[in-house]
Design a protein. Structure first.
Length: 215
């Protein structure tokens, strides 16, 4: 965020990965060290798990309320995943961007397509596991799903991976520390883009150009 004048409009980063690839851990590690980044908290009809906090992990809502929000056009994307609905509040995204925050959306490839239509300047990042064997091991280590659900997640993972080419950046989450640093580099590189730097340093650039015209 800029401290000179009105805040620059923040970036939107869309991060997708097959379930178990570690995107949530990577994103939360990044956000802990970067106060300029906020995670979009999705609304969901999925039952709340014992360790989850409403408003932190998800906004847990009833199927009826979710449907009403969708009909009012409050979501910039929403989808049904494993029998539950998930959606991203467009109003919240706009409010945070206008305050200068970069926003991260953790959504699947279908949601990412919807966001690209609604937010053309969004930046896509896809995270891959080092192997399908490692992915399955991670899913089992969570001890949250039945064998049937794990099977569903593995099949869905292959479908998700087929869409990696729709994203601007591709990370392999083999070594966690390396992947976090690569993710941080992507975020910083977008902040150094020419349009944003030109806005931050408008006075400097104007001064440099003015000197040139006087010679």
């Amino acid at each position: 965020m800029s401290n000179n004048g009105p805040p620059l409009r923040g970036n939107v980063f869309v991060i997708s990965a097959p379930s178990g690839a570690g995107k949530t851990s990577l994103v939360r590690s990044l956000v802990r060290d970067d106060p300029g980044v906020m995670i979009s908290i999705s609304h969901t009809t999925r039952p709340q798990r014992p360790a989850e906090v409403d408003g932190d992990h998800y906004h847990f809502v009833s199927t009826q309320r979710f449907g009403e929000m969708a009909r009012r056009g409050e979501f910039i994307e929403h989808a049904r995943v494993f029998g539950n609905d998930y959606g991203t509040s467009g109003h919240w995204i706009e409010a945070q961007r206008n305050s200068g925050y970069d926003i991260i959306l953790e959504i699947d490839w279908q949601g990412a397509r919807q966001v690209r239509e609604q937010v053309p300047d969004s930046v896509g990042i896809f995270i891959l596991p080092p192997s399908l064997e490692q992915l399955e091991w991670r899913l089992r280590q969570r001890r949250q799903d039945s064998e049937a659900i794990i099977g569903q997640r593995m099949r869905a993972a292959v479908e998700e991976i087929h869409h990696y080419h729709e994203y601007a950046y591709l990370l392999i989450n083999d070594d966690f520390a390396t992947a976090v640093e690569q993710l941080r580099t992507i975020i910083h590189s977008q902040r150094l883009s020419q349009p944003r730097q030109a806005a931050v340093h408008a006075d400097l650039i104007a001064g440099l150009l003015a000197v040139g015209t006087q010679e």
